[in-house]
Design a protein around this ligand. Structure first.
Ligand code: ATP
Ligand code: MG
Length: 407
């Protein structure tokens, strides 16, 4: 156990941990010139005082959307004489129409903020502020899918343009949710998606270069070998080209080296850190599963873990379950919770969804094993999966020693 005074001793591994944090926005954004350029192009009319076209940016997590948007926001703020006022809103925090309007007002008309006004007052104040000298207001809504009354927000912001005689509002929406489009009202959809910009996942070579830059600034000299960076980059590329994940793994590897009083960060620490990160991702996926898929997965985890009477196949390494028995277990689990089990047809659908998420694998048994049946194999350690699902389903792990990996 390290004491406080140990923690205050200068690190032998890190020179500037701040730089490695995923919240840090680097000055130099690699491989995103085209994207930054496209955002600037979309903003150019607004900067000249004309109404621009709304822009929608999407791409998987950790592909640099926030970093690029913030970079452009800072550039715009620094421009002399620009007609536009820009407001960056993190919708994870400002997650309703009222909160977004309030945020815009407190950024730009601070004297009016915090007076307990309602949405109508805020709207009127905002429109008159825009109109007074024909401003163009650019609102960047990051993680826009998290706004609870998004259709209302989009409607309100776009309505400003028809309510005023001079000036206007341009919206830049950002999201990493693929199914987001399907949930929007068609009217919001057409105004938000006037122009689209997609951020592709990073390749391993790109993540490597991003990591290299950060490692040079964040670690002491010669502490991290190139093979470590290559390994972490490959791992993050495989997990969806996520630069944030790569930074998390690298930092974790550095922490492990420090905790174990190593002189360098080696492949060993990197592998261990990657394993921890992989588990975290799995448990995030599990926590967002629909209820009955959780039940099915729980039945699989419990049966995989239980020894004894339950008949299953094992080749000494892996355990395969019979689909029919998993269904049986799922049914008794739902009954125990006084819920109605879904039909077998639904059950098969759940299985294929769990398989698509990479949580289980299934095989046709071929003839011979009880006629013809489906065999199921859990792709992650059963004990951990049981613990996580117990917490998800029952609110806490049944046995007290079970712990989730730390964030
Ligand atoms: N091109 C890049 N050059 C340098 N660092 C980058 C680049 N792209 C991303 N990063 C780093 O990766 C991390 C995640 O990037 P960012 O937050 O921009 O991703 P995002 O696309 O907004 O993800 P999410 O959808 O989860 O919000 C940040 O720490 C950022 O510094
Ligand atoms: Mg982001």
């Amino acid at each position: 156990m390290r004491t406080l005074s140990d923690l205050l001793v200068e690190s032998r591994i890190f020179s500037n941990r701040e730089v490695l944090s995923p919240h840090f926005t680097p000055h130099k954004l690699l491989y995103r010139e085209r994207e930054i350029n496209n955002i600037e192009k979309a903003l150019a009319p607004s900067l000249k005082g004309e109404r621009g076209r709304n822009l929608f940016i999407y791409g998987k997590t950790g592909t640099g959307k926030t970093s690029c948007a913030r970079h452009v926001v800072e550039e715009v703020k620094d421009l002399p004489n620009a007609k536009a006022r820009i407001c960056y809103v993190n919708c994870r925090i400002y997650n309703s129409r009222f909160r977004v309007l309030n945020k815009i007002i407190s950024d730009h008309i601070p004297t009016y903020a915090k007076r307990g006004f309602g949405a109508v007052d805020l709207y009127e104040k905002l429109t008159s502020w825009i109109e007074e000298d024909s401003k163009i207001l650019v609102v960047v809504l990051d993680e826009v899918d998290l706004v609870k009354d998004l259709d209302d927000l989009i409607y309100t912001l776009t309505r400003i343009n028809s309510d005023i005689r001079a000036g206007g509002v341009t919206i830049i929406g950002i999201s990493n949710k693929v199914s987001f489009k399907d949930e929007l009202d068609p009217r919001s959809l057409s105004s938000l998606y006037e122009t689209e910009l997609v951020f592709a996942p990073y390749y391993a070579t790109e993540i490597y270069a991003i990591l290299k830059d950060r490692a040079n600034a964040g670690f002491k000299r010669d502490i991290v070998d190139d093979e470590v960076l290559h390994f972490v980059a490959a791992m993050a590329a495989k997990e969806g080209g996520d630069a944030r994940l790569s930074l998390k793994i690298l930092t974790r590897a550095g922490e492990l080296a420090e905790e174990n009083e190593r002189a360098k960060v080696t492949l060993k620490e990197a592998q261990e850190a990657a394993k921890m990160a992989e588990n975290e991702i799995v448990y995030e996926v599990v926590s967002t599963l629909p209820e009955h898929q959780k039940f099915v997965l729980y039945a699989i985890a419990v049966l995989t873990q239980s020894g004894g009477s339950y008949k299953k196949l094992t080749d000494g390494v892996d355990t395969y379950l019979f689909s029919g028995e998993v269904y049986h277990r799922y049914k008794s689990l739902t009954e125990g919770m006084r819920k109605e089990a879904k039909s077998e047809r639904w059950y098969r659908k759940y299985l294929s969804e769990l398989e698509m998420q990479g949580l289980i694998a299934s095989f046709e048994s071929g003839k011979g094993i009880r006629g013809h049946t489906k065999l199921i194999k859990l792709q992650y350690p059963a004990k951990k999966m049981c613990d996580v699902l117990q917490r998800e389903i029952f609110g806490q792990p049944k046995d007290s020693e079970a712990k989730l990996p730390e964030e």
